[in-house]
Design a protein. Sequence first.
Length: 204
Amino acid sequence: MPMDLSLLVAMSVFALVMSISPGPVNMVIVTSGAQHGFFRTLPFVSGATLGFTLLLIVVGVSLQESIDADSPWLKVLALAGSAFIAYIGYRIARAVPEIAVDEAQRPPPAFAQGFLLQWLNPKAWIACASGVSLFADPDTWASLGVFASLYAAICFVSLAAWAVMGDRMSGLLSNPRRMRVFNLCMGGLLIATAVHMALTQWMR
């Protein structure tokens, strides 16, 4: 039986809002796009997309009833994930303020890093738990499959858009001083995001 069009639209809107809104992954992508270009950032984008999609499936299949937005597990995850995200922010803030440097000194973020960051990202877990509770039908696997497929496509396009934005900014960041300010701002925002997510979860 075909899925209701309004449900497909709702799934798509949810996926778009959660994927394109600013967060730790998006900040790493825009920074990498500015420093390394669009194409060298695509492996990280692909890893982040695959990591989130698999996380969504795992939550839908195995953890739907045991994890929700108020789960104590998310509080523990928030601390570990936020620490990892803050570390990435620190690395960005301390990065050499140059775009053209030797690849061995500062390689672009890798596929595996994008994958891992999603699994350590409290925002991703909350998005999965919320999405599964909204759209997954416990009586059939079809809804979860459709939701995961839609989310994967929308997530990739949304994250790639951040890489394009970073790539377009690279011309404005050819000056080392402007690049240094950019790195400090992006790293600081990433650290602030990590602190905010940790406090939000632990104070609930």
